[in-house]
Ligand binder design. Structure first.
Ligand code: PEP
Ligand code: MG
Length: 904
């Protein structure tokens, strides 16, 4: 015998549940119970637990044998509280049957209202209300909803598009109104509604083969089953996938006494937020409709009236507010607002109904809000004493904070347009502008102050200036750590990569996206935070400097224990990061001086070095290159004065810097006074089948020690010169792509020698730190040995992910997408850190490294350093700092503070 209790009653200022029982009763059920306990006017009801849903599915979609007995007992309680009786000819009680999962899944599951209306109960209700029109209107609504939810969807019937029963009945209603010359439903008379209801029932029998049940008891059981069944509906499943809600949670069912907002002009229904969900202002914000049922407000058939003066706007200011028309009830609602906020310590989203002047609460839940609103509310509520500082820090999600840092598409406007195509959300914010197919065109537009979107197959280092000049970037190929994505995020630029639907025909000067064709100069809008592309011009929104933001970040830093650094390789980016609160640079990629603005000269020297065929020539070329590296280092060290700056020795395969293609090669050969054939041969010699696994990282410095020597000399000289100028440079040097301690010993010997030489030359003594990146699984495994030389580790999780998965970080997109679709992997590991394995390597590396050197400083500088969920992991792994793009710094600070609070 099954003794599990499935039914929990509520009503009359008491309840068997409460707010913290969401897992069992679902959000709606738990909050209805809580409102009863708070003494608020809630129509009596009962909640069938999520456990019952699980049992229902475990039992082949059969309700547990004991359930309906429990339900009827619970219904008795409702009848007593409401003074009505279910399935009674004189005083009939009607109920609604609604879903309610642990977290809200708005509109994804089904609801049936007005259950209990039958030929037995209709006359009693008419007598009681004296309002036959209302009764028949409720009846035809019940038939429509019941046929759709219980008789079609729950039975698994899948009609052809546009042939669903609901659509057929809606069409019948429209035809009927047209025949009568009515514009609105409210013009239908009682007997006409009855006639319609009869026609509906006939059609249902024809189409679905079964009769609409005229039996209140059968209706209720059918309603309960249908709500459970809707947990497994297509919409609900798709929503769970997106939101990551587990399938086994199940939904609860709430059976609640009906109250009616459609009983005439003293009745109404409405929804409200206890504070403005868009701005966060402490203003009661809502909409209501007189003589209507809840679905009318949500469906948007009528323009709802403003709740109060604070809610009036251009569209609704001519409509009367509840404050004006029902001042007494409005006052009561305001009191409820205050009781709810004091109890939940948060902003609530509520639904209410007024039946003949009496107010009832039908729902409350913590309300969704914009990023700006979440921060405003957190700060306000903290000052009001509703929440403490830690709670305020936890209230703003890192992704919401992002809204403050980038211009975005106006969200209300964006909703009006259809998404044309989707790609990877590589750089946040929004951008609207004219299409540029080349970097030159983007720069030309930029000069003319014309906003533009650079659209490319993929981007490579030569596009950097065009990318800088563009307001947004869209590429057909590339992943989250592709070149375009890295650069864009570094600048906080809106960028979408890997948008497979982008087809560019350069010859024809045309672009096609999902069958729509564009010319250069046409407009596109991008939502880089979501990865969405639009064909229309969508207005932008500016997040103006918000002093609350600064105040909030101060509190955030109070609770943060892990450091936050930035990845930057020029003074401007370093300054941006400092302004955002960075405490140092965790990754300065020396090679970035060879890309983009002012790179011609150093690039020429670098090419000379690469193309040199003898050691002497190479050294001569390096001597010419050194001052450029020194000046580049000095510039950023100056900005970072007093804060640590980690220079990473040159990492990329050298062939990236030699000219590709005959035209370029001929040009460079000519400039260098070299024969084209010789240059071509040299370039061919450098060709590697797997450049990512070839001559790059520390291997460059082992094979060509003179290359690292030059870098060391430049960095030490920069430091010495700044010290002489009275500045306070904190130099850290790190070696990339290490596999064992011998590599480090090899490089450290050069560094120490050059260090001595430079100190002697400048007549000054100074220290530096020597460390390594951990980017290859092998290095994590022998971290105890590596730490004998390395004073710090910086985990390069881009390469570590590449090497652990064996996925090429540059072009594995299509495979990763397929893998995600097939549920072989949960997410793109270049985007969402793989805690299971790459994470294990990080933890192991830290542990083993510190077993040798307990004070070993450990950080991370891969792209995951700015990802909030990863930051939480890095905190737990005991890292000293994370390093991320300048624009991610505030997000990482918040994520680090939240990690510290959560894991305390
Ligand atoms: C990394 O591999 O994580 C890293 C930071 O280095 P890069 O992206 O320059 O290879
Ligand atoms: Mg790397």
């Amino acid at each position: 015998m099954n003794n599990t209790k499935y039914v929990y009653t509520f009503g009359g200022k008491t309840a068997e549940g409460k707010a913290d029982m969401k897992n069992l009763l679902g959000g709606k059920g738990a909050n209805l119970a809580e409102m009863c306990l708070l003494g608020l006017p809630v129509p009596a009801g009962l909640t069938i637990s999520t456990e019952c849903c699980t049992a229902y599915y475990a039992n082949n979609c059969q309700l547990p044998a004991t359930l309906m007995d429990e339900v009827w007992k619970g219904m008795k309680n409702m009848e007593n509280l409401m003074g009505l009786k279910y399935d009674d000819a004189d005083h009939p009680l009607l109920v609604s049957c609604r879903s309610g999962a642990r977290t809200s899944m708005p509109g994804m599951m089904d609801t049936v209202l007005n259950i209990g209306l039958s030929f037995k109960t209709i006359p009693g209700l008419i007598k009681k209300t004296g309002n036959p029109r209302f009764v028949y209107d409720s009846y035809r609504r019940l038939i429509m909803m019941y046929a759709d939810v219980v008789m079609e969807k729950a039975e698994g019937i899948e009609p052809a598009d546009g042939k669903g029963i609901r659509k057929q009945l809606d069409d019948m209603l429209d035809e009927y109104k047209e025949k009568k010359g009515y514009k609105s439903d409210t013009e239908l008379k009682a007997e006409e509604l009855l006639e319609l209801a009869e026609a509906f029932k006939k059609r249902i029998k024809e189409v679905l083969g079964t009769e609409f049940p005229d039996d209140a008891k059968a209706q209720l059981e059918g309603g309960i089953k249908a709500v459970f069944k809707s947990w497994d509906g297509k919409k609900a499943i798709a929503y769970r996938r997106i939101e990551g809600i587990p399938d086994d949670w199940g939904t609860a069912v709430n059976v609640q006494s009906m109250v009616f907002g459609n009983m005439g002009d003293s009745s109404a229904t409405g929804v409200a937020f206890t504070r403005d969900p868009a701005t966060g202002e402490n203003k009661f914000y809502g909409e209501w409709l007189i003589n209507a049922q809840g679905e009318d407000v949500v469906a948007g058939i009528r323009t709802p009236n403003p709740l109060n003066d604070d809610t009036k706007n251009e569209q609704n200011k001519h409509l009367k507010s509840m404050q004006e028309l029902m001042p007494e009830t409005y006052k009561e609602l305001c009191e409820i607002r205050s009781i709810l906020e004091k109890n939940y310590h948060d902003m609530l989203d509520i639904e209410f109904t007024i039946q003949e002047g009496k107010l009832f609460m039908l729902q409350c839940r913590v309300g969704k809000r914009t990023g700006v609103a979440s921060l405003t509310m957190a700060m306000d509520m903290m000052k009001e004493g509703l929440i403490d500082e830690k709670t305020a820090v936890l209230r703003v999600s890192p992704s919401q904070l992002d809204e403050f840092l980038h211009p975005i598409l106006n969200q209300a406007e964006e909703k009006k347009f259809k998404v044309l195509a989707k790609g990877l959300p590589a750089g946040p914010g929004g951008a609207v502008g004219r299409i540029a197919f080349t970097s030159e065109k983007a720069m030309e537009y930029h000069k003319q102050k014309i906003a533009n979107i650079l659209v490319r197959e993929e981007t490579n280092p030569e596009d950097v200036e065009g990318m800088r000049a563009a307001n947004g970037i869209l590429t057909a190929r590339g992943g989250m750590t592709s070149h375009a994505a890295l650069v864009a995020r570094g600048w906080g630029k809106c960028c979408i990569v890997g948008c497979d639907d982008v087809k560019i025909d350069f010859e024809a000067g045309k672009l096609e996206i999902c069958g729509k064709s564009f010319n250069e100069g046409d407009i596109l809008s991008l939502n880089g935070t979501k990865g969405w592309v639009y064909a229309e011009e969508i207005p932008m929104a500016k997040n103006t400097e918000n002093p609350l933001f600064k105040e909030f970040m101060k509190i955030v830093d109070k609770y943060r224990t892990m450091g936050v650094r930035t990845n930057a390789d020029n003074p401007e980016d370093a300054q941006t990061a400092l302004d955002f609160g960075a405490e140092g640079i965790g990754l300065f990629r020396i090679e970035h001086m060879f890309y983009g603005k002012n790179s011609e000269k150093p690039l020429e020297k670098l090419r000379n070095m690469i193309l040199s065929d003898t050691l002497e020539r190479r050294k001569a070329a390096l001597d010419e290159l050194e001052p450029y590296i020194r000046e580049s280092a000095k510039g950023t060290l100056k900005v970072m004065n007093g804060k640590p700056l980690t220079f990473r020795l040159m990492d990329p395969p050298l062939h990236e810097f030699v000219p590709q293609g005959e035209e370029q090669q001929r040009k460079v050969a000519k400039e260098r006074g070299m024969k084209y054939e010789d240059l071509k041969k040299r370039v061919e010699e450098m060709h590697e089948v797997n450049p990512m696994m070839g001559l790059r990282g520390v291997r460059l410095g082992i094979i060509y020690p003179e290359i690292t020597e030059t870098q060391f000399r430049a960095l030490f000289s920069a430091t010495a010169e700044l010290l002489k100028e009275g500045m306070d440079p904190h130099l850290e040097i790190m070696v990339p792509l290490t596999i064992n301690v011998r590599e480090l010993q090899n490089q450290k010997a050069i560094a120490d020698r050059v260090h001595e030489e430079v100190q002697a030359k400048y007549g000054i003594r100074f220290n530096y730190m020597f460390g390594t990146m951990i980017e290859i699984p092998r290095a994590a495994l022998v971290a105890n040995q590596i730490a004998e030389v390395a004073e710090f580790f910086s985990f390069g999780t881009n390469d570590l992910t590449q090497m652990t998965f064996g996925f090429s970080r540059d072009d594995v997109n299509a495979i990763v997408h397929k893998y995600i679709d097939e549920k072989i992997i949960p997410a793109d590991p270049f985007n969402t850190f793989d805690q299971e394995c790459v994470g294990e390597l990080v933890k192991l590396g830290v542990e083993r490294g510190r077993s040798t050197r307990p004070v070993l400083k450990c950080g991370v500088c891969g792209e995951h350093g700015g990802d909030p969920a990863s930051v939480d992991f890095f905190f737990r792994a005991g890292l000293n700092y994370v390093s991320c793009s300048p624009f991610r710094v505030p997000v990482a600070r918040l994520a680090a503070a939240q990690a510290a609070i959560r894991n305390a």
